[in-house]
Write a protein of this length. Structure first.
Length: 460
């Protein structure tokens, strides 16, 4: 009597003996193609870095939102009809460099106010993760339009926001910590209960309204002189219709799988570009500093601390500038951190230490030099390298604080006869709607069941 091996099923069919056919290779972990297959599976099956991309989205949207709010009383002098760089000069410049700005469509004050308000609202909606796909496009259009209207008003932080506004359009940055993720979780609970998803009107209305604007602006040359911007906007608008059609008629078919794979590839490639961009910023900044004589002798930090324009707290700047040792340490430390950071990405512990140092450096720049929005932009860019475990812990702490805050407020009745009880279609108040949908086995569910990763549909 032969005892079957634990790894072999009792009723398994006998395998033919003999050599494998030519060209057939094992796909297991030890096979030659195992690593490549796992890598392809990883970059196509899911959008990587959901928490990191969410922090980048929230950080840059909040940075520009607060900037627009701070400059609200001075908007006409900076970017509007009262700007020293008046509309005719801006038009000549954009005609020469082929830059895009919807503020160049007309010099009407009403049009300027509408664009400014739309940019402000799109930044707020993107920060909250509401209709993220549409809001990321409107945010990009607003950022490019406002900055290209008066390019001499910006600094290094504006350049970073400019680039990241374009990158965010290609990412699936609403998988967690967004209203889109909350809506996807609600629809998943309704599907599990055998209920149809709630009918959505806002998304199709946004799609229908933006289509004619794009159709009119393209032939009239209102999208700038580059080819990539019209191509990007048309691709996003048409792909939204494709997502809506596939979700409606074949939500679990092969077309949906193909769209998910393409979206995941675009997200993961863009995330890699963002990481490379941050490394390039620090590498170039560090190596340029090395070539400066003030950075070589350790006195570079002393000079901005004694400029009235960069001293919001003169007493604090005087105390720091009076210490030669502190100036020397901070000057050399800045150069060392910026040059070394790209080389530490493969060592997690050292990378995290330098990441904390750079975040503290930018916080110090905001405090000592009075550049809060530059610092916010750089900290938001640095967040792409934050560890997932830390972000999950931080999200849990924020959720706990939110629940404690709202538990002290009076709860409105949302179901007849049951004060304080939410309706069944919205789920329990403490449901984990802000994180990825889990599959019950410790991992994340198939992206096809997560509502497209936060906005790859006609509904936003």
């Amino acid at each position: 009597m032969t005892i079957p091996s634990p790894a072999t099923p009792r009723n398994a069919a006998p395998q033919p003996a003999g050599p494998r056919p030519a060209g057939t290779r094992s796909g297991g972990p030890g096979g030659p193609g195992g690593g490549l297959a796992r890598g392809l599976q990883r970059v196509t099956a899911s959008a990587l870095g959901p928490y990191q991309s969410a922090v980048v989205r929230i950080g840059f949207a909040a940075t520009y939102l607060f900037f627009l709010l701070r400059e609200l009383p001075h908007r006409h002098e900076l970017y509007g009809p009262d700007s020293p760089w008046h509309w005719e000069l801006a038009r000549r410049l954009t005609d020469g460099n082929e830059a895009f700005s919807v503020l160049m469509w007309t010099d009407s004050t009403v049009w300027f106010e509408a664009v400014y308000v739309l940019t402000l609202l799109s930044a707020a909606a993107l920060m909250l993760g509401w209709r993220t796909r549409t809001m990321s496009v409107l945010f990009m259009v607003g950022v490019l339009s406002v900055q290209n209207r008066s390019i001499f008003m910006g600094d290094g932080g504006d350049n970073v926001v400019h680039l990241m506004a374009i990158y965010l359009v290609l990412t699936r940055c609403a998988q967690v910590w967004s209203l889109d993720a909350r809506r996807a979780a609600r629809d998943a609970r309704r599907a599990a209960a055998g209920l149809p998803p709630l009918r959505d009107i806002v998304g199709p209305v946004l799609w229908v309204l933006l289509g004619p604007v794009l159709a009119v602006a393209t032939p009239m040359g209102g999208l700038g002189g580059t080819w990539w911007l019209p191509a990007l906007l048309w691709t996003i608008w048409l792909s939204a219709a494709a997502w809506w059609a596939v979700n409606r008629h074949a939500p679990h078919g092969q077309p949906r799988t193909l769209l998910d794979v393409l979206a995941n590839l675009a997200h993961n490639a863009t995330l890699a570009v963002i990481m490379a961009e941050v490394c390039l910023i620090y590498a170039t900044a560090g190596w340029y500093k090395i070539q400066g004589s003030r950075w070589q002798d350790g006195t570079a930090l002393y000079y901005p601390l004694n400029l009235d324009y960069f001293t919001p707290w003169p007493a604090l700047s005087d105390i720091l500038g009076a210490s030669g040792l502190m100036v020397l340490v901070l000057t050399y430390g800045t150069v060392i951190v910026q040059v070394a950071f790209p080389f530490t990405l493969f060592n997690r512990r050292v990378k995290n230490v330098l990441l904390v140092a750079m975040i503290c450096e930018h916080a110090g720049i905001a405090l000592l030099l009075g550049l809060p929005f530059f610092s916010m932009a750089m900290i938001a860019a640095d967040a792409v390298f934050l560890p997932t475990a830390f972000l999950v812990w931080l999200g849990a702490r924020v959720t706990t604080g939110r629940r404690r805050l709202f538990s002290r407020l009076p709860v409105r009745s949302r179901a007849p006869g049951k004060p304080g009880t939410p309706a069944s279609e919205d789920g329990p108040p403490d449901s984990p709607e802000d994180g990825p949908v889990t599959d019950g086995h410790g991992g994340t569910e198939d992206p096809r069941r997560q509502g497209g990763g936060g906005g790859h549909t006609l509904v936003g």
